[in-house]
Design a protein around this ligand. Structure first.
Ligand code: NAD
Length: 312
């Protein structure tokens, strides 16, 4: 990759990914784009609505990029609230980004999600290739997107690559309306109030990952030797399988008085119940050397110290 366009660059992943890519490839080699203007100086930036294919194509062409990282999307909880809008942004935006990649011969990355699985998927150590019958609009979008990326590779030769992200945890940008957002909020509330009321019930396991592992995975996959890739899109990647009480336990090691309570949100709980408990990242490890460095304790130590500094 020499020059990269990022869509949805002001979101939870994009705001950190853009900074990391600029450190690796150079400040002017990363064109950040989003629906709205950034606050303050964000480096090279263009407003792009991904549902406008012409606008996306024109900006990619103008900056002579050779790669696109397509992050713009509506996340799981928001997509359930606005299903039609989710289809338009998640599928329409993806199709426009793939068309731009096809026309301009760009390398292409887009993330899928553990939301691409459903209640009939094996729940523990979910394999790379398995049953995918999701019951949420977000999940329907993500499975369709995985297939569309495979199609653009096999039919048009576009160099598409992607991962299925678990819930991502970070202290930099706030999460954008996903089901695993509690795993970020809990650290802020621990520092602010010493207590957290979880909208996900005790015993609900989901996969999570600390943002540095997620960002490293993106770059490693994009730089991987294509001859070694058996899969291309939607690689399972995993680091932490945890339920709300596991976060509470990890926080209590630093803050023994931390209190956890529960007030379950039925919509987000039903989304969580349809997702796996833990997924297997064996294919990603074998094909491009994926590995995660942060477990829940190491992540908790870092999150608590970074959130404390941010708030105080
Ligand atoms: P986010 O909600 O934080 O950010 C999405 C960004 O897209 C926002 O800045 C928003 O302004 C922008 N956007 C929305 N509609 C747009 C449009 N029409 N045109 C241009 N920009 C638009 O999301 P995120 O957490 O950064 O997620 C990025 C990608 O990663 C998504 O595909 C998401 O499904 C996937 N993902 C995220 C997680 C997670 O835990 N964050 C987990 C799995 C997969």
């Amino acid at each position: 990759m020499k020059k990269i366009l990022v869509t949805g660059a002001l979101g939870q992943i994009g705001s950190e990914l853009t900074g990391m890519l600029r450190r690796i490839y150079g400040e002017d080699k990363v064109i950040a784009t989003d629906l709205r203007e950034p606050e303050g100086d964000f480096g090279p930036f263009e407003v792009v609505d991904v549902t406008n294919g012409e606008q996306l194509y024109d900006v990619a062409k103008k900056h002579k990029v050779d790669s696109v990282m397509h992050l713009a999307a509506l996340l799981s909880a928001k997509a359930e609230a606005f299903p039609k809008m989710a289809w338009d942004i998640n599928m329409g935006g993806l199709l426009n980004a793939l068309e731009t990649a096809k026309e301009l011969d760009l390398k292409f990355f887009t993330p899928s999600s553990i939301g691409a699985f459903g209640p009939s998927t094996p729940r523990d150590q979910t394999p790379q290739d398995t049953l995918q019958r999701p019951t949420t609009m977000y999940g329907v979008n993500k499975v369709s997107g995985e297939l569309l990326c495979d199609y653009y590779h096999s039919r048009f030769g576009v160099d598409t690559r992607g991962v299925r992200f678990p819930g991502l945890i970070s202290y930099v940008a706030p999460p954008g309306g996903g089901t695993t957002d509690y795993a970020v909020e809990i650290y802020y509330e621990a520092i602010r109030k010493g207590a957290y009321e979880s909208y996900i019930s005790k015993g609900t396991y989901m996969d999570m990952m600390y943002m540095p592992d997620a960002l490293n995975a993106i770059v490693k996959l994009m730089e991987a030797n294509p001859n070694k890739l058996v899969h291309r899109n939607a690689f399972n990647i995993a680091a932490i399988s945890a339920a709300p009480e596991d976060f509470a336990k990890a926080i209590k090691k630093h803050m023994p008085d931390f209190k956890m309570s529960y007030s379950v949100d039925p919509i987000r709980q039903s989304i969580a119940d349809s997702w796996p408990n833990s997924i297997s990242a064996d294919a990603a490890a074998a094909e491009w050397g994926f590995e995660a460095k942060y477990d829940i304790d190491r992540m908790t130590t870092d999150m608590l110290s970074k959130v404390r500094k941010k708030i105080n």
